[in-house]
Design a protein around this ligand. Structure first.
Ligand code: ARG
Length: 549
């Protein structure tokens, strides 16, 4: 978009001492942009009101009016010029992150564990940030850091050998694995022999025993097959599935670096890095020689840095791993790696689900795919009632049902705990995914009925309050996307989408679109802009944009 803020900043800094770029903000009421003058009072030894009114008479910018109000210097744009500039900007052309590489670690599922509701947030926040970064020109690298290493797989093989069969595994997939694992867990407490057997299998996996590795690979394939089904429903992509096991033999290299800087100390037989008084030490290797989670993450960080030379490396992981990431970044800092400062733990709150029992027939977990299915069923029922003749209704119901869940997950700030409610998420009139999808479809149907073709727009026809409000909300959409990237906060995009829809629906009710002549033409042009912006924005928060609903 045309950079009004910068224009104001450059003109006003001549008059206001120590004006910073951030002092110029977009206003919600009274005007378009404003500068609060309170902070200048001390230096200028005048009241904010006087400073604002003096500045208002001195700052002159073409196409903008400057006024003082209650200590604020307010700027109001000339609507005609603004609308014209808005129609000149091309959606998605803003590429402030071109040439930057951002690694994103998200979803990172554990082998032989079901894909449950607890994975929703990491998956959709990460998947959405991936699209947001790409849209801004960055080279985003999506990484699924698989939990594919640990002694539990030895236990799983013992359980499979004792109670399972290839046939059952093929038929029941993950359900079977989960059941076997629970049974192993319960029985190994009483059965010494079983635990011993598990350790042996675990060692065999590590030493590359063909049979053990073959079984493990099978478990992995089953897990990924299920996860990939969910990813495809959620429009999630990855560039790498390198998991923890890949880094096991790279931990030695990290230990060498630590030793070279005298950072590795022995404590109760374990190899640890001391991190001062406010953090427990990072345990790199246990006394029995096993490497730890953090050690593999250190190796992975080096690997990512060497292979991708990232500008940022993000970890979208629940807040309960905050200490882990604090320790991880702190060890890298002690190792003197300047890029330790480019690593970010993108944390998020807890999710619970209203009206769905967390324990299902599959054990004590709620599968994400079951939540999606329930949402799709509900969406199908709503669509059947609202629009019984809709073609492709099953496809639309999938987009709307899944989209409702995802949009809801991405609508609040990520740190807030969420209690998810299917009926709220599917409220077509609420601040929801279906509401945005429906508004998009409404735009498309207006355009189709009118047989609208792109052409010259008479911007002077879009100056009334309702039309202008819509123009304002779509004009800086790219910048909104950029601020979502900077804050790692997809909700900034989803919230703006809802605002656009609300403004469009006010416009739609206030201004008759099919009114003939150049007014109709301009209103249709705006409708098309809205449709394009909504579709583009929905894609960034992982939703489809059906043409009809
Ligand atoms: N698999 C881990 C878990 O479920 C999350 C991994 C997050 N990524 C990482 N690099 N540690 O807790």
């Amino acid at each position: 978009m045309f950079d009004y803020k910068n224009l104001i900043y450059n003109a006003a800094k001549e008059v206001l001492p120590d004006l910073e770029q951030a002092d110029v903000t977009a206003a919600e009421a009274f005007c378009d942009y404003c500068i609060p003058c309170f902070k200048f009072a001390k230096v200028l030894r005048k009241s904010p009101a006087l400073i604002a009114s003096e500045a208002a008479s001195k700052v002159k910018i073409d196409g903008m009016k400057a006024e003082a109000l209650n200590g604020y210097l307010n700027f109001t744009l000339d609507r005609g010029a603004f609308v014209e500039n808005a129609f000149k900007t091309e959606l998605g052309a803003f590429k402030p992150l071109a040439g930057k590489t951002v690694c994103l670690d998200y979803s990172s599922v554990n082998i032989a564990k079901p894909f449950h509701i607890g994975h929703l947030m990491t998956t959709v926040i990460g998947g959405s940030l991936y699209k947001i970064y790409r849209s801004l020109g960055a080279n985003a690298v999506g990484i699924n850091h698989l939990g594919d290493f640990g002694t539990q797989f030895g236990g799983l093989i013992s359980a499979y050998k004792r109670w399972g069969s290839a046939k059952r595994l093929d038929e029941r997939g993950l359900d079977e694995l989960l059941e076997l694992y629970v049974r192993y867990h319960n029985e190994s407490e009483k059965d010494e022999e079983l635990a011993k057997e598990a350790r042996e299998w675990s060692n065999k996996i590590e030493s590359g025993d063909k049979y053990a590795v073959g079984l493990f690979e099978k478990f992995k394939a089953i897990t990924l097959e299920q996860a990939k089904k969910v990813y495809s429903r959620l429009n999630i992509e990855f560039d790498s599935y390198l998991g923890e096991s890949f880094y096991v033999d790279k931990v030695r290299g990290v230990e060498d670096k630590l030793k070279a800087k005298n950072l590795l100390v022995t404590s109760e037989g374990a190899q640890v890095v001391l991190l001062g008084d406010d953090m427990p030490p990072a345990i790199i290797r246990r006394s029995d020689g096993a490497s730890l989670y953090i050690a593999r993450d250190l190796a992975a960080a080096y690997y990512r840095h060497e292979n991708y030379n990232f500008d940022k490396c993000l970890y979208v992981v629940a807040s309960h791993q905050a200490l882990h990431f604090k320790q991880l970044f702190s060890v890298l800092g002690k190792l003197g790696e300047p890029w330790a400062d480019d690593m970010v733990h993108v944390s998020y709150g807890m999710v619970s689900v209203e009206g769905m029992s967390l324990s299902t027939r599959k054990g004590n977990v709620l599968y994400l795919s079951d939540v999606l299915d329930a949402a799709v069923d509900k969406a199908a029922a709503i669509i059947a009632e609202r629009n019984p003749d809709l073609e492709n209704s099953a496809v639309v119901a999938e987009s709307v049902g899944v989209g409702a869940v995802v949009f809801d997950a991405l609508y609040d700030g990520r740190l807030k705990d969420k209690n998810f409610s299917l009926s709220d998420a599917l409220n077509f009139d609420g601040e929801t995914g279906p509401y945005v999808q429906y508004t998009h479809a409404r735009c498309r149907s207006v355009l189709a009925k009118a047989g609208y073709n792109k052409g010259e727009v008479d911007c002077g026809e879009l100056l009334d309050d309702e039309a202008y409000e819509v123009v304002k909300l779509i004009a800086d959409f790219d910048e909104v996307v950029y601020s979502a990237a900077v804050k790692y906060e997809p909700s900034i995009v989803s919230r703006r989408l809802v605002k656009i829809c609300q403004a469009f629906n006010r416009f739609y009710n206030a201004d008759r679109i099919m009114c003939g002549g150049k007014t109709e033409n301009a209103r249709l042009a705006l409708t098309l802009r809205v449709a394009e912006t909504l579709k583009y924005g929905l894609g960034l928060v992982l939703l489809d944009a059906p043409e009809r609903m």
